[in-house]
Design a protein around this ligand. Structure first.
Ligand SMILES: Cc1ncc(COP(=O)(O)O)c(C=O)c1O
Length: 413
């Protein structure tokens, strides 16, 4: 491979057209939207919303589901229903979307960061116990990229210390732990239907659980503090209005016809990528033994510069993007966010915690140097799409391995 064949240096890019756009319209959505518009309530009391709750609970091996306006608010509602309140601590990984900690702060609690496992990018269960204090109320394992966290270990720690588990399954529609879908493996869990997600309504969320008391509490927090059987103007606690619109429910219902096929396509394509990219020297994320299905929401890899003649990940990204395949770094460690380093005006209980002293070395190594992300819509492609992705990786890694000095010099020109 000659240097000038790289698109970055004027060569022909591997891929000139975009990959499958996301979200995409599926069969039945337009008809369902119009039917809801003409024949259903548009909000509370809607048959579409009720049906979505029944179908999502069934799809996710749970007794109950409440659909919500966003995943962030679903997590706030679930944390409140789990009893999280001011003065409490909630254990979270620092390698996740900000919403995981936003919800903890919105519940007036303190996020306590526990580092991740370098092989799976999920919270490391071996580090959880030492982070538990008498103030710990809950653990929020995030099934990152749709790859389930080590739930057996996390559940046994939570039971030993009598703390709740709220799964952040925002990215894990259809993922399974030991043959059971994630989300209701312990106290309850949340999902997101935001634009990028494997099931999408533009915006939306859900809570699932097998615990009736927990779901009753969720009902009050998401619906203005009401009780299920109470009067409309009886408000027992302060709860938000986090109800989903019937239009969002109508966009989601037809996706039960497509999700299984989408999951199989992603699985098939992922296998091809895993094989080819690991042969090129990129590292594939692993799963725990009890993971029986991944949702493949993100395709997460590790780029180790030492395997590519110390060419930085950022230069690798530049070359990949020029070939028409958008790879990027993804999350940064959340404890570096401004909210943890300000004056604490909005969150005074953070004022005495020095988040500058917090360091989660694996999260830092992965986010600062190694992670490579490819979004799930790439995994839905046909043979030629996957071929293009593999070719772009092949072309770029071949140059990095064989012409590193010339690559560096050319970049500086
Ligand atoms: C891990 C994680 N948690 C929570 C959320 C919040 O979901 P939403 O964007 O629907 O509020 C997201 C969504 O991006 C997420 O990826």
């Amino acid at each position: 491979m000659k240097l000038n064949e790289l698109a970055l240096f004027g060569g022909d890019p591997v891929r000139k057209t975009p990959f499958i756009p996301w979200p995409r319209v599926v069969d039945g959505q337009k008809e369902k939207l119009i039917d809801t518009l003409m024949n259903d309530s548009w909000g509370i009391g809607s048959e579409s919303i009720q049906l979505l709750e029944e179908k999502f609970a069934l799809f996710h091996d749970a007794k109950n589901c409440i659909v919500i306006d966003t995943g962030t608010n679903a997590l706030w509602v679930a944390l409140k229903a789990a009893g999280v309140s001011s003065g409490d601590e909630v254990i979270v990984p620092p390698y996740t979307f900000i919403a995981t900690v936003t919800a903890v702060l919105m519940a007036n609690a303190t996020p306590v960061f526990v580092d991740i496992d370098a092989n799976t990018f999920n919270i490391n269960p071996n580090l959880i116990e030492s982070a538990i204090t008498e103030r710990t109320k809950a653990i929020v394992p995030v099934h990152i990229g749709g790859n389930p966290a080590d739930m057996n270990s996390i559940i046994s720690i939570a039971e030993k210390h009598n703390v709740k588990i709220i799964e952040d399954a925002a990215q894990a529609h259809g993922a399974e732990w030991d043959g059971t879908k994630v989300g209701a493996l312990q106290n309850g869990g949340i999902f997101s239907f935001q634009s990028s997600k494997n099931m999408s309504a533009g915006e939306g969320g859900a809570i699932i659980s097998n615990d009736d008391d927990f779901m009753d509490a969720c009902f009050a927090y998401y619906n203005c503090g009401r009780h299920r059987d109470g009067d409309w103007y009886d408000h027992h606690i302060i709860g938000g209005n986090h109800r989903m619109s019937a239009m969002a429910a109508s966009l989601l219902l037809p996706q039960f016809q497509t999700i299984e096929n989408d999951m199989r396509t992603r699985e098939k394509n992922r296998k091809k990528l895993d094989k080819s990219l690991s042969d090129m020297g990129l590292e594939i994320t692993q799963t725990y033994d009890k993971v029986t299905r991944e949702a493949n929401h993100l395709y997460l890899l590790k780029y180790k510069a030492e395997s590519f003649n110390n060419i930085s990940r950022e230069n690798f990204f530049e070359a990949m993007r020029a070939e028409g395949v958008y790879t990027y770094a993804g999350y940064k460690p959340l404890y570096r966010e401004k909210v943890f380093h300000g004056k604490g005006n909005d969150f005074p209980w953070l004022k005495n915690i020095n988040y500058s002293n917090i360091s989660c070395p694996i999260t830092e190594q992965i986010s600062d140097l190694q992670s490579v992300w490819l979004t799930q819509n790439h995994l839905l492609g046909n043979e030629s799409d996957i071929h293009d992705i593999i070719n772009a990786f092949e072309k770029v890694t071949a140059v990095l391995k064989n012409n590193p000095e010339k690559f560096d010099t050319k970049l500086k020109e």
